[in-house]
Design a protein around this ligand. Sequence first.
Ligand code: NAD
Ligand code: MN
Length: 357
Amino acid sequence: MHEYKIAAIPADGIGPEVIAAGLQALEALQQRSGDFTLEVQHFDWGSDYYKRTGRMMPEDGPEQLKSFDAIFFGAVGAPDVPDHITLWGLRLPICQGFDQYANVRPTRILPGIASPLAGVGPGDLDWVIVRENSEGEYAGQGGRSHRGLPEEVATEVSIFTRVGVTRIMRYAFRLAQSRPRKHLTVVTKSNAQRHGMVMWDEIAAEVAQEFPDVTWDKMLVDAMTVRMTLKPQSLDTIVATNLHADILSDLAGALAGSLGVAPTANIDPERRYPSMFEPIHGSAFDITGKGIANPIATFWTAAQMLEHLGEGTAAARLMRAVETVTAEGVKTPDVGGKATTQEVTDAVCEAIRGSNI
Ligand code: NAD
Ligand code: MN
């Protein structure tokens, strides 16, 4: 019997709704498998905690999380707290503090879910975006002077290091190597950004030599949005900077039907610290409390978490259950259905119980 300690941080908006759904699916999987248990501890950190204490999490928050096997995270963001406070107060300190440098974002079109792209169905769009998650445009460097004056200047400095770029490039090539098509697209903006981005291109070419069985190509990020939209079949594994991949993966989610089906894993590949699993979407206050948040992104990231923990069978079982349910048309309104979060969750749990894998 394997026992895993999971830290659940539902946080804000629909975060608690989708994390509750995810935990129900994980419970059904434990019962179905019988050979692993998840000991889940809840943390009430987030915007309400901030309004009470002036912090998004306690000062020793990361220390409290260190001994867990994984972190299961909802979303941050509240209408009455500035977004940079919620993001820099909780999610980014965990990602950066635990050096979760590989942010892995799979996208494909699930059966029964329509892409907004005409004639594009399951099989036409099957990507994994690898986002550099520790430096780049989100390194937090910069400043403002002459605040509020006409002379005001603000800088937002991107930091790219050879160590940081090499390790994410190796991770992406290795991931591409493990997939059937063995193809990697390296995204930059090395025409306009001639320092860090040119280093990305150079390091990509160096690391490519270690992976002779992987084919690869380069794209500028603006042209990449066009290729994703017009030639989705031509892409497989994609690697990009923190900012570029953040933007491209929201587009990828939309092209696969909804942000509500897009998962992400913040991985420390060296396993020195816990990795963190979350849906890509935010706190979605426009639908909070309505019971219609799509739980599929959270189920999918729960599958990524199980995979990371070494429970590959349970992960496959969960994804099969999700696909069974979407194919049957049990879907929330964002993907054209009428079901509630709880109805989708119940159907997925039922499919897990009846699963033959
Ligand atoms: P959002 O992802 O919260 O919502 C964008 C749109 O997608 C909304 O119309 C929303 O209803 C819809 N949507 C998102 N998730 C859905 C789901 N599971 N089911 C159905 N529909 C869903 O992005 P936003 O509106 O730009 O931001 C809202 C707040 O979330 C902001 O405070 C922002 O800073 C924060 N945010 C947090 C994260 C995170 O925690 N990782 C990510 C993005 C945005
Ligand atoms: Mn984002």
